[in-house]
Design a protein. Structure first.
Ligand SMILES: [Ca+2]
Length: 482
């Protein structure tokens, strides 16, 4: 077999899977064991600081596919469906002779103009998708299925793979719903994780030394998990703190059980590829559309530019080309995935793509390009459930600067109240959990000003613009349209 054979690609993306719930990431709380996901890292690379451009399901998916930021691909929020005529790494691979297929969560709109394009075959979960008996949306109409979504999507993907013969390389995107809320496990996993799970050290965070948005967010495990998440009544007589810990247990138990099914799915994928004799020439990628809070800062969910939410797990193996057992701590991103896969397939990327191929960094190319800083922007200003304010910012290896430009407009929990913009600055070296903003600390003035300058440069390079607050007249107009 030639070294120049174009690789197959099997890309497993999950939804809201935080890296502390993947055992190869070495979580101090030892939450679970994921031996099959871990195998990808052992046979390839574990990226320890893979950052998303916008920590939300649909925007991350659009960024991964198109290799562009939200302001370029248009998918800024959950309510901005994709224009799926945009070129993606999948459509470019398809044009270059790959056979391509998509199974699972799309969540970027349905119907003409929004359905997947560039795939020889696709079937997507209807909208957000369900864990049990999911309704599938396909090019031949909707199909009602019976079964557990993680298993069923794996069945369908591997059945499609078994029909692929001949010389064309293939690319499968198996993008699960799991472990997204409301975390419904398969009955075979219902007895896992019954022992008490320790709470993270920031669980009781009171958000002192942070800007207003951390205080205003409504994604606290203690206060904001719903009955559909908890699925059973708590024991009677618990005080507030005891109830919070009980809710955390319920949350984590089901979250980890759902991940047990994903790890089994990955094992089946690995076996299927090996049985086809394609182990060495297949790129296996495991990632999640963003990180997730697993009780850190007392939260569930994502959205914030804080590390737990900003960092996605990302593992990649390609035995033919990528040396095994690597750990990469450089700043990489979901915006890099498209160019990396195109590079691997020797297909040129297109000018609008805004990331970089990660292959040089992981194949031993001397002086491979790395980032000095990374730009982030979260737009979902008017979310009615979590109330995380819109913001943008920059992170380097050591520092993170965040600008909350929210001014009250569109904030469901603050009505028409105006808030001033606020900043946060964290020194991740001495404060890795981001508990103390040093934005107003005189010792950090130099760092602060340098980061602001670099953030504006990056914003401009990427074609984004600073937020402009509406004038009082514009403000009245916006309010009047409600
Ligand atoms: Ca997600």
């Amino acid at each position: 077999m030639s070294n120049n054979k174009r690789p197959n690609i099997l890309f497993v993306l999950t939804d809201d899977h935080a890296s502390p719930a993947i055992s190869c990431y070495g979580n101090q709380l030892h939450l679970n064991n994921t031996p099959n996901i871990d195998r990808i890292a052992a046979e390839g690379v574990r990226f320890d600081r893979a950052l998303v451009t916008n920590s939300l399901c649909a925007p991350s998916r659009a960024t991964i596919l198109t290799g562009t930021y939200s302001h370029v691909n248009g998918v800024t929020t959950l309510d901005t469906p994709i224009d799926s005529s945009q070129p993606t790494f999948a459509s470019l691979l398809h044009d270059a002779g790959y056979t391509t297929a998509f199974f699972g969560k799309w969540h970027m709109g349905h119907g003409a103009g929004h359905d997947p394009q560039g795939f020889d075959y696709w079937e997507v979960l209807h909208d957000q998708g369900t864990y049990i008996d999911p309704l599938l949306h396909t090019s031949n109409g909707d199909v009602q299925t019976e079964g557990y979504a993680t298993d069923l999507l794996t069945d369908h993907a591997l059945a499609w793979l078994s029909q692929q013969h001949g010389d064309k390389p293939w690319c499968i995107l198996l993008w699960h719903k799991a472990p997204h809320r409301p975390w419904v496990p398969h009955p075979r996993h219902i007895n896992l994780y019954n022992d008490p799970i320790p709470v993270p050290e920031t669980f009781w965070d009171d958000y002192s030394d942070r800007a207003t948005p951390a205080h205003k967010a409504t994604m606290r495990i203690a206060d904001d998990l719903a009955d559909v998440d908890l699925k059973e009544d708590p024991p009677e007589g618990l005080n507030y703190e005891q109830l919070a810990v009980w809710k955390y247990q319920r949350y984590l138990q089901d979250y980890l059980r759902v991940i047990a099914a994903i790890d089994e799915s990955v094992e089946r994928c690995e076996q299927a590829v090996s049985e086809r004799g394609e182990h060495d020439d297949t790129i296996m990628i495991y990632g999640s559309d963003q990180g997730f809070f697993l009780g850190e800062h007392g939260w569930f969910d994502k959205r914030f530019m804080y590390e737990e939410s900003l960092r996605m797990p990302l593992l990649l193996s390609w035995p033919r080309r990528v040396p095994a057992g690597q750990v990469v701590s450089n700043l990489v991103s979901n915006v890099d995935i498209a160019q990396t896969l195109l590079d691997a397939a020797d297909v040129p990327c297109i000018d609008r793509m805004q990331g970089m191929s990660l292959l040089p960094q992981i194949t031993g190319v001397p002086d491979a390009q790395v980032r000095d800083a990374f730009y982030y922007r979260y737009y979902e200003h008017d979310d009615h459930m979590h109330h995380v304010w819109a913001h943008y910012g920059i992170t380097t290896e050591r520092y993170k600067l965040i600008y909350y430009y929210a001014d009250g407009l569109g904030l469901a929990n603050t009505s028409d109240v105006t808030y001033p913009p606020e900043w946060e600055l964290f020194d991740l070296k001495i404060d890795p959990h981001e508990m103390h903003s040093v934005y107003n600390d005189p010792r950090y003035v130099g760092v602060r000003d340098a980061l602001k300058k670099r953030m504006l440069e990056l914003q401009q390079e990427l074609g984004d613009k600073p937020y402009e607050r509406p004038t009082p007249a514009q403000r009245q107009e916006i309010i009047g349209k409600r």
